[in-house]
Design a protein around this ligand. Structure first.
Ligand code: 9MR
Length: 595
């Protein structure tokens, strides 16, 4: 599927909220305005003229914008005609995102390691054997040794782990695979947990506990094995990862005790397809890192306050773990995870990070929000990212697993607390949202993602979705619907109003992406395997075209650095941290009600 197949009228292929903004982008060489018609069946529902916007460098084409905000008749089967082209069909309605908020969360169940996946829950054809349990060929994750000496040495002889050998084994069964590979990584697990807990907390805060019946929040509302156990299902899903993160702590008596291992992964990359249960590679624990440790501190503290009404013992355990991790990270404030891609035997993503001040801000934030203790507020004030003003917490590129200061700000701005600077934090979020709205106005495809460099990053869809979370927080803080409209504009881009004319979410829209890089959702390579489940978002355009398939697109305009091919891991992978961003935004959208 390429942009050559897509109609030149680009719309949100799912549709537009009844009372929300409605805009499309027309790819055309016409210099002046052209007429457009909105049709439903034979009826002409609305008509007007397009607004020329000239050349869009992010798309490499000339474009016009069409708006039809005034159309508020709910229904399916609308099409937009202009300049001899007809858009894909779309709907207008109030409940367009109710399914997505569930599907985007159920994707996490399919990423579970250490348990068989039940097709009755994930869908026909989606069942698979448990991965990395205590069976051949690789012995599973029940007793994973630390990476042996010498394995972290580059071809030039540089020991990336500074002589660290560990010398013990841990039971690190469970957790989520990070993406389309078999690795389990604390730092993208952390932000994913945070966003799932965050969407749960946000719904309780803004819509009340009764919303639990309508959202995939209450017990029995999400397709997970634990439904019916008396605990909200989204918390059940999150617990699968939290329990694993707790297992990643370096045991007492060992060097770096109390820190958290950065990752557990295969020694070498395995080819596609490869079901987790068939993975033949030996697996190792990699050296602990300050970033991973602070991730555990943050999400264990956040989880503690949310599990408290449902499981007091677990909540207590989480808070104890959060405090211990925070203290361990103070003892080893800058133990960095290096770029292990430089190793000849690399078999996992590096998730390397040279700045852990943002992680520290985040951990102090969640510990403060849960405990209210001055100690954590003092640490927030001392952090280089500070609490407002000209701090670089917000980047136009968006936040992600590697840049979490903005997420910490959103939490501090929206979760109730007695922080004296809370008003300052809230102002900083609204200021950041205003910047995004201004950037969005420059984009004829309507998306608030305008990197300073003009180049789109790895996971640009995840970054865009996180910018939408900033806008949604500003909507919550101010009640101003301009921010809601800005979110909806970004969602239009994600679901089809873009330079390649695809919906980046599997199962949503006419031209949805289905071949995200995955070793088990590998239908493109083996027809007996499924596509990724409904509600899986693709990483999206990446100007670097870093894999052998997208390399053919090198030098393309940013938005066109994308291909729906399973080999294109640099532009078209799935990850838990991008799906958590989608789940957060989908939960917000569904909560808007009639738009
Ligand atoms: O999401 C990660 C992105 O921010 C990095 O730039 C990129 C290169 O290091 O790695 C991405 O994460 C990948 C990880 O390294 C391995 N598993 C798949 C992840 C998504 O592509």
């Amino acid at each position: 599927m390429t942009d050559l197949d897509a109609p030149r009228v680009r719309v949100n292929q799912v549709g537009y909220l009844t009372h929300g903004p409605k805009a499309a982008t027309l790819v055309t060489d016409a210099t002046g305005p052209v007429p457009w018609r909105l049709l439903r069946g034979d009826a002409v529902v609305a008509a007007g003229e397009s607004v020329p916007r000239g050349h869009d460098p992010s798309a490499g084409v000339d474009v016009h914008v069409v708006t039809f905000d005034a159309v508020r008749e709910p229904g399916a089967g609308y099409v937009l005609e202009a300049d001899g082209a007809t858009s894909d069909p779309f709907a207008i309605g109030a409940d367009l995102y109710d399914g997505l908020r569930v599907d985007a969360l159920v994707v996490f169940y399919g990423q579970r390691s250490g348990v068989a996946i039940d097709e009755a829950l994930l869908g026909e054809g989606y069942g698979r054997a448990a991965g990395h349990v205590d069976v051949a060929p690789n012995g599973g994750d029940g007793a994973v040794p630390c990476l042996p000496a010498g394995h972290a040495t580059t071809a030039e002889g540089v020991d990336l782990y500074d002589g660290w050998t560990g010398g013990y084994a841990l039971d690190v069964t469970g957790g989520w695979y990070d993406a389309g590979d078999q690795g389990k990584y604390v730092v993208n697990g952390g932000i994913a947990v945070a966003q799932l807990l965050g969407l749960y907390e946000r719904t309780l805060r803004t819509r009340g506990a009764d919303a639990a019946d309508a959202d995939p929040l209450g017990d029995g509302s999400l397709r997970v094995p634990e439904r019916g156990n008396g605990v909200p299902d989204v918390l059940d899903e999150v617990r699968w990862e939290l329990d694993w993160m707790l297992r990643m702590v370096v045991p007492d008596g060992e060097p770096f005790a109390g820190l958290v291992h950065h990752k557990v992964s295969d020694e070498r990359w395995v080819p596609l397809p490869m079901l987790p249960a068939d993975d033949p590679q030996p697996r190792f624990l990699h050296r602990p890192s300050t970033a991973a440790t602070l991730n555990l501190a943050a999400v264990a503290a956040q989880g503690s306050r949310l599990f408290a009404p449902h499981d007091a013992d677990f909540a207590e355990r989480l808070l104890t773990a959060a405090r211990a991790a925070y203290d361990a990270a103070s003892t080893h404030p800058v133990l960095l995870a290096p770029d292990t891609n430089t190793l000849a035997n690399a078999g996992s993503g590096p998730y390397d990070d040279t700045d852990v001040d943002d992680d520290r801000l985040w951990a102090a934030t969640e510990l403060y929000l849960t405990t209210g203790e001055d100690r954590f507020a003092a640490d927030l004030r001392a952090n280089p990212y500070r609490l407002g003003g000209t701090s670089p917490a917000f980047r136009p590129e968006g936040f992600d697993w590697n840049h979490v200061a903005a997420w910490a700000r959103l939490q501090l701005a929206t979760v109730p607390s007695a922080l004296p600077e809370r008003a300052l934090v809230r102002t900083s979020v609204v200021d950041a949202a205003d910047d995004l709205v201004a950037q969005q106005a420059t984009q004829p495809f309507g998306h608030p993602y305008v990197p300073t460099s003009g180049r789109y990053d790895w996971g640009s869809n995840g970054l865009l979705l996180n910018n939408l979370a900033v806008l949604a927080a500003a909507h919550e803080i101010t009640g101003d619907v301009r921010y809601r409209d800005a979110v909806l504009g970004g969602v239009d881009y994600l679901l089809g109003r873009n330079a390649v004319g695809v919906s980046y979410v599997t199962g949503y829209g006419t031209r949805d992406v289905r071949n995200q890089h995955s070793r088990w959702y590998a239908h493109q390579l083996d027809a007996s395997l499924p596509h990724p489940p409904r509600g899986t978002v693709s990483g999206g355009p990446n100007s670097d075209c870093p894999d052998p398939v997208s390399a053919a697109l090198a030098g393309s305009p940013a938005q066109r650095c994308f291909v729906d091919d399973i080999g294109a891991y640099g532009v078209n992978e799935m990850t838990i941290n991008w799906n958590s961003a989608l789940a957060w935004v989908a939960s917000y959208l569904a909560g808007l009600g009639d738009g």
